[in-house]
Ligand binder design. Structure first.
Ligand SMILES: [Zn+2]
Length: 225
């Protein structure tokens, strides 16, 4: 069996992915709703800390950083550490494929602090925003939304503003300065595994940015993007 320490500090025990999980991960409907990953996680996590009865609810309650970390570890134990990507240059005049090899063991991991809630005073209005970490339940709600934007991803983490429940209106009326500061603060305290890939095109030098989990080769190395 495979054990790892999550960014939150809990120990998890995993088993390798099988054909059952591959079926789940190729089901477009399950992928869109985010349920594919939830089912894979609940199938393959044998234990979290002392809890050996891991259900879909258990994995939805996991912090997003722990969830992505687990997915990366599942990929490593099932398919190996190296991910070979062919990233298409975003420059429409170029469109050359750039071959990039990523070793999953090299991805930076940031551990979660003890505190799970934060109060941040907005620099312009002085309003106090209380926010928490993203978890699987919030990810599921985001996936169900018609339009998910930076605003909705921010809003979903806000517990209250000056003690009042957050609203879309409150966030859209917030000044640019306050929004930028709040976004930076949320990013500053965030934890988990950094799956951002950034490279320059070999041919034209354009920046290529992606996230590993968005690349087919992350879970299906046989498929060339
Ligand atoms: Zn290029």
């Amino acid at each position: 069996m495979y054990t790892f320490i999550l960014p939150s500090g809990n120990e998890i025990e995993l088993r390798e992915m099988t054909g059952v999980e591959e079926e789940l991960l190729t089901n477009q409907k399950l992928i869109r709703s985010g349920d594919a990953v939830n089912q894979v996680l609940s199938n393959c996590i044998l234990r979290i800390g002392e809890n050996g009865d891991v259900t879909t609810k258990t994995v939805l309650d996991m912090l997003s950083g722990d969830r992505l970390f687990t997915l990366v570890k599942l990929r490593q134990i099932s398919l190996g550490d190296e991910v070979e990507l062919d990233l298409v240059c975003p420059n429409t005049a170029c469109r050359v494929k750039n071959h990039v090899v990523v070793n999953l063991d090299d991805l930076p991991v940031t551990t979660y602090p003890e505190e799970r809630e934060f109060v941040f005073a907005l620099p312009a209005s002085g309003s106090k925003v209380r926010f928490c970490y993203m978890d699987g339940n919030m990810e599921k709600r985001l996936a169900a939304m018609q339009e998910s934007s930076i605003s909705t991803a921010m809003l979903i983490r806000i517990l209250d503003i000056n003690g009042n429940p957050p609203s879309k209106k409150a966030l859209s009326e917030m000044s640019m300065r306050d929004r930028t500061a709040l976004r930076a603060e949320m990013q500053r305290v965030d934890a988990g595994i950094d799956t951002a890939i950034e490279t320059g095109c070999d041919t034209c030098g354009a920046r290529i940015r992606t996230r590993l989990e968005a690349e087919p080769a992350f879970l299906f190395p046989g498929i060339r993007s």
